[in-house]
Design a protein around this ligand. Structure first.
Ligand SMILES: Nc1ncnc2c1ncn2[C@@H]1O[C@H](COP(=O)(O)OP(=O)(O)OP(=O)(O)O)[C@@H](O)[C@H]1O
Length: 311
């Protein structure tokens, strides 16, 4: 669906992207993460044929993104970071205009998506809030049922309830074999919907991984109180378990998801009086591995606490 092979993009002396290679397959939601200025929008503009790579190749659905950009625009639903709308046209007029450009009648599908997103299609674009402009851009991108959706920070400005609806729309899209490239500067925005995430920093793709693998490495804080004394050695040697501490009848430790089953079996072999297990937010695990430290103050403190748990 998407293939970047050694793509570099320079603006004068500034290297915005540096040798990025990436493949996105059918039925996949790919979360493209990175702090401000990392190169997300540059990647997306290259894929949409708005920029020409300095070196390397970008292709979309088998089409060369630069040389065949008109065909690319026909088959991709694109939501830019700052949607460009016609101030005086209503949502419905935008829908009619885009449908006309594509020689299709997508009005019913557009009305259905707009209703789900709680967007009034009869208001002129100039009266729409940032979130509602974003929703209209989403309606225009999905109404023709394109095989690929390329979304540049599409949910900034959209409230959490509507984000859930938006996620279901993306899931329906991938269930039909479509794919999604979804950029964001925070994991929280994509973690509920992405299958894989890629992290771009300073123009380099520094990590690509399946979200379920990241979740499997996420730490759980475990605490158990037993009816009698226990020894730390009874629980030692479980792979990935950190900060193991036994004080009298109480055990505490941090364990990745992959160690929970074995740990629980050891715990339940004894008489348990109290048990607690809470998962650290995925954002913490993510930050501790990839340190997206430009994401903001809260993120910084989360990274700090994750690092402490990691011992
Ligand atoms: N047209 C341009 N001319 C010169 N430099 C540019 C241009 N577009 C982007 N850049 C530079 O390329 C780098 C990557 O920018 P890009 O917009 O791709 O980042 P981003 O990850 O999308 O950031 P944000 O989250 O802030 O939108 C930045 O250093 C930016 O200043």
């Amino acid at each position: 669906m998407v293939q970047l092979a050694g793509v570099t993009k320079q603006f004068g002396r500034n290297t915005a992207l540096d040798g990025v290679s990436l493949t996105i397959g059918p039925g996949e939601v790919f979360g493209y993460l990175g702090p401000n200025g990392a190169g997300k929008t540059t990647t997306i503009r290259l894929l949409m044929g708005m920029l020409r790579p300095t070196s390397g190749t970008a292709s979309v659905l088998g089409l060369d993104a630069w040389r065949q950009s008109r065909e690319v625009h026909r088959v991709v639903g694109y939501v830019p970071g700052e949607p460009a709308l016609y101030d005086r046209l209503t949502g419905r007029q935008h829908v009619a205009y885009c449908a006309h450009l594509r020689h299709r009648d997508d009005a019913n599908r557009a009305a259905e998506v707009a209703a789900r997103l709680d967007l009034d299609l009869d208001r002129p674009a100039r009266t729409l809030s940032r979130g509602n402009r974003q929703k209209l851009a989403v309606v225009l991108a999905v109404m023709s049922r394109p095989r690929l959706l390329v979304l540049d920070e599409p949910t900034s400005g959209i409230d959490p309830l509507v984000q859930q609806v938006f996620h279901s729309i993306l899931r329906e899209h991938t269930a039909d074999g479509g794919s999604v490239l979804f950029s964001s500067h925070v994991l929280g925005e994509v973690e509920r919907v992405a299958d894989r995430i890629g992290v771009v920093r300073g123009g380099k793709l520094v990590a690509v991984e399946r979200l379920q693998d990241l979740a499997a490495r996420s730490l759980h804080r475990v605490r158990a109180r037993f009816a009698g004394d226990v020894a730390a050695e009874d629980f030692a040697g479980l792979p990935g378990v950190r900060d193991l501490l036994v004080e009298g009848r109480t055990l505490s430790c941090n364990a990745p998801q992959s160690a929970l089953d074995a740990l629980l079996k050891l715990v339940s072999a004894r008489e348990v009086e109290d048990f607690e297990c809470s998962e650290a937010p995925l954002e913490e695990t993510f930050l501790s591995y990839y340190g997206m430290d430009q994401a903001g103050g809260t993120a910084l403190s989360a990274a700090g606490s994750a690092a402490q748990h990691a011992g």
